[in-house]
Design a protein around this ligand. Structure first.
Ligand code: ADP
Ligand code: MG
Length: 262
């Protein structure tokens, strides 16, 4: 072997190392280190403004870190240290990595002028990963998987929020991602619709896909998470199993937060 780095099957699905991010004078990520193993479900908890969305966006390279780095499946896209310019591997590498990452937003973000089936089939066709017929067949399978086989031809406005979010999850799955990031996927939903979306996410857990879920649903975290992370003021104050973080929190801020959301 030469001196090149060898990637092995043991590479973490996601590794965030020494992540710092400022918006002007506002320090939003303040030294975040996070490792998520392949197939794990990580739940990120934390108060509003603690940097949860920024962290997810950094993992997907929608946001550039000021210091630190993120690697996905052992593949490093950009490294930056204090005072250094980002060694860009180029937009193409970022797009290639992002194509393997699904992102599900709080606000569903479906294309309003496309049916449920078309929303799911659009990206695989546009990126040349599937023919139109293949993409439509896959979309039907995915609609069935999220319990919406009968809604293929419905437009987003004809669907409830919970149904729209299940379509959005199916759309993410259509790209066969190894990693899916969920940013408060149930926060915009009426309470009675939260369960159906969480049930779909729960179904994905243990399927081999790595999931990182920002949510305030503590019951979901307790049931599904391998790793619970508590973020506050841009720092991870505590991380561990649900039993450790949720049932036996060590940090007063974690206790205070849990007492407010439980
Ligand atoms: P969370 O998702 O935990 O609520 P965010 O990551 O969205 O937190 O935001 C963390 C902090 O960064 C907040 O103070 C927010 O106002 C600020 N922030 C987020 N995005 C931007 C942006 N694009 N420009 C300036 N400030 C931002
Ligand atoms: Mg957020």
């Amino acid at each position: 072997m030469t001196g090149t780095t060898t990637l092995t099957a043991t590479a973490a699905a996601v590794e965030v190392h020494g992540a710092h991010k400022w918006y002007g004078a506002n320090r939003v990520l303040d030294g975040v280190d996070l490792t998520v193993q392949p197939g794990q479900v990580a739940v990120i908890l934390g108060p509003s403004g603690s940097g949860k969305s920024t962290l997810l966006r950094a993992i997907n390279h929608l946001e550039q870190l000021d210091v630190g780095h993120v690697s996905v499946n052992g593949e490093l896209i950009g490294v930056r240290r204090h005072g250094e310019r980002l060694k860009e591997l180029g937009e193409r590498a970022i797009l290639a990595q992002r194509a393997g990452i699904g992102f599900v937003f709080q606000g569903f973000n479906l294309f309003p002028h496309l049916t449920a089936l078309e929303n799911i089939a659009a990206a695989p066709v546009a990126t040349g990963r599937a023919t139109r017929e293949e993409a439509r067949a896959t979309a039907r399978d995915l609609l069935e998987r999220v319990g919406l086989a009968d809604k293929a031809d419905a437009y987003p406005r004809q669907l409830s929020g919970g149904q729209q979010q299940r379509v959005a999850i199916a759309r993410a799955l259509a790209q066969k991602p190894g990693l899916i990031l969920f940013d408060e996927p149930t926060s915009a939903l009426d309470p009675e619709l939260v369960g159906e979306v969480l049930a779909v996410i729960k179904d994905l857990a243990g399927s081999g896909t790595t999931l990182i879920v920002v949510t305030h649903e503590i019951g979901f975290a307790r049931e599904v998470a391998d790793l619970v992370v508590f973020l506050d003021g841009g720092r991870i104050l505590e991380q561990g199993s649900p039993a450790e973080v949720l049932d036996n929190p060590q940090h007063p801020r974690t206790r205070e937060f849990l007492s407010r959301v439980l």
